[in-house]
Design a protein around this ligand. Structure first.
Ligand code: PMV
Length: 289
């Protein structure tokens, strides 16, 4: 029996723009999913299509126990983390010898099949390898990580990534001469951000610009705006929605001593706050039994 864990992720910059081939920046974050796998010829049926997909892909049978510290359906990549941790644990328990890269690719294929073609390879890649990842077109490159003091605010408003991506596509079709420069500016924000990673004040400013552009795309939500404003007022360097928008989560970049204050301001808006920072490890073995 073995236990593996894998982290969640946030988009720091460039969500939606990455769909149009512009650069984006994602980061693995601390809430983890823990998955224990045991060889078993008579497995108890897993209640998750992701876990079923993992056993099918690896062509083995076993039983599984999941312990998640991460909210699901919030855009923090919890399904990717479950898939990555389960595949890693199966790989180890059955001595299959797959590499990390192979695990990331298989995890993406499983997510894509469960989500009917609508998965992003970013979630599974970031969860597998950890750290900060620069996305440009089909390429995903790990960049030297920087510790950022982040607070995630979960609006608890449910949202659909597919719907938000479609909404942006509609705007793009209708007003290409307006929307193309917005996408270009988002890509430029990501590249500026990569150069500003050691300057949190400047990074916060870039986040605020990115938030305004995401609003321009139409993926904002009053509950997100409320948390963004509350975080800035409480002392954050900058704040923006993260992921698809229309609900889900936002992030605030804070001075170290302000994290508690910003989290309290978010909780004061009937939302959930998670104080977090980068996870540089990715998928990791927790223990053998
Ligand atoms: O819902 P999330 O957090 O996985 O983010 C979606 C990000 C998009 O750029 C809107 C879509 C994508 O596949 O990158």
């Amino acid at each position: 029996m073995v236990t593996w864990s894998a982290p969640g992720k946030v988009f720091l910059f460039g969500e939606h723009a990455v769909v149009y081939g512009k650069p984006g920046l994602a980061m693995a974050i601390k809430p983890r999913v823990f998955v224990t796998v045991r060889k078993n010829r008579h497995p108890t049926p897993a209640k998750s299509p992701y876990i079923d997909g993992c056993f099918k892909a690896m062509d083995v049978t076993g039983s599984v126990y999941v312990n998640s510290q991460m909210p699901s359906s919030a855009g923090l990549g919890s399904s990717a983390a479950v898939t990555v941790a389960t595949l890693s644990a199966i790989n180890d328990e059955f001595d299959l010898g797959h590499t990390r890269e192979e695990i990331a690719v298989t995890a993406y294929q499983i997510e894509r099949s469960v989500q009917k073609g609508r998965a992003s390879p970013t979630d599974t890649y970031v969860s597998t390898i950890g750290g900060m990842v620069l996305i440009t077109g089909q390429s995903r490159r790990k960049i030297p990580p920087q510790n950022l003091n982040l607070v995630v605010g979960n609006t608890l408003v449910s949202h659909s990534t597919a719907k938000m991506v479609e909404l942006v596509a509609e705007g793009q079709r209708k007003f290409p001469d307006v929307m193309n420069p917005v996408m270009d500016a988002m890509g430029a924000l990501t590249l500026n951000a990569v150069r500003s990673l050691s300057n949190p004040r400047q990074l916060g400013q870039l986040m605020n610009i990115n938030e305004a552009l995401l609003e321009a795309l139409g993926v904002g939500h009053p509950a997100l705006s409320k948390l963004v404003t509350a975080s800035r007022t409480a002392g954050a360097f900058g704040a923006k929605l993260t992921g698809a928008g229309g609900g889900g989560c936002m992030i605030a970049l804070c001075p170290k001593h302000m994290k508690g204050r910003v989290a309290a301001a978010i909780e004061g808006c009937d939302a959930r706050a998670i104080i977090t920072s980068i996870d540089t490890v990715g998928a990791r073995k927790e223990n053998d039994a």
